[in-house]
Design a protein around this ligand. Structure first.
Ligand code: NAP
Length: 250
């Protein structure tokens, strides 16, 4: 029996990288998955094809989740297509790294809107249908930067730390309705997002600083999300699960 047979999941920002890894893992275990993206239609189709290749069911829905109305539409279209929503993974994210002296207002706003407001937008859209069914699993993707801070990432770290406070508060609001809200905080993973940061030198330094001696993978994050989305985690809420090889220990 697959863990997510009969379940429907939305994964935001699932056109590549970590989101693709999460979407694939949930689909491999039986979930019907909504693959969300903002502008990478081809990559989102590739994710859907990979899901079909493992016998899964996927639906690509374009929506800019930093926009309130688009997040509402995403959840509405997902439920119209699949009849229900069980799992929401808020994974869409971006960076505009620079020191505070150089940071433009637009760089601050883009990162906060994409990484934090999107989480509010999608949770707000999903809460009512989940409350109605008295079932829900919400997993929000934060980052080691949100837990430990990172020079050049005041915008990004602020958005990712805020996701933790948001998630704990929402866990308290929705717990009585059998809805769990948890956070996964990945360490460094090679993706388009980290292509500029993870130079050869930085990769070596990151590996040296990591007790488990390697970078993470989208599959590592997908496995942690699958655990939190599963019935084995039905008594786990308001928690932050670091998937970082021990890089940040709270
Ligand atoms: P990525 O490869 O750049 O993928 C980002 C995804 O988010 C893409 O599918 C992108 O699609 C989507 N996206 C961006 N803005 C969006 C919006 N407004 N609406 C809908 N989708 C949007 O990044 P990644 O490394 O996989 O990161 C995924 C998540 O993990 C992010 O939240 C990131 O902060 C977090 N994280 C990553 C690392 C790491 O080392 N990679 C570490 C810790 C945390 P479009 O191209 O279509 O916009």
């Amino acid at each position: 029996m697959k863990r997510f047979e009969g379940k429907v999941a939305i994964v935001t920002g699932a056109s590549r990288g970590i989101g693709r890894g999460i979407a694939l893992r949930l689909a491999e275990e039986g979930a019907r998955v909504v693959v969300n993206h903002r502008s990478s239609a081809e990559e989102a189709d590739e994710t859907a094809q990979l899901i079909h290749a493992v016998g899964g069911e996927a639906l690509v829905i374009q929506a800019d989740v930093s926009q309130f109305d688009e997040a509402q539409r995403l959840v509405k279209e997902a439920i119209a297509a699949f009849g229900q929503l069980d799992v929401l993974v808020n994974n869409a994210g971006t960076t505009r790294d620079t020191l505070i002296m150089m940071m433009k207002e637009e760089q601050w706003d883009t990162v906060i809107d994409t990484n934090l407001k999107s989480v509010f937008n999608c949770c707000k859209a999903a809460a009512r249908p989940m409350v109605k069914r008295k079932y829900g699993r919400i997993i929000n993707i934060s980052s080691v930067s949100g837990l430990a801070g990172q020079a050049g990432q005041t915008n990004y770290a602020a958005s990712k730390a805020a996701v933790v406070g948001f998630s704990k508060s929402l866990a308290k609001e929705l717990g009585s309705r059998n809805i769990t809200v948890n956070v996964v905080a990945p360490g460094f993973v090679h993706t388009a997002l980290t292509a500029d940061i993870l130079t050869e030198d930085n990769t070596r330094m990151a590996i040296e600083a990591t007790p488990l001696g390697r970078l993470g993978t989208a599959e590592d994050v997908g496995a942690a999300v699958a655990f939190l989305a599963s019935d084995e985690a039905s008594f786990v809420t308001g928690q932050v699960l670091s998937v970082d090889g021990g890089l940040v220990m709270q």
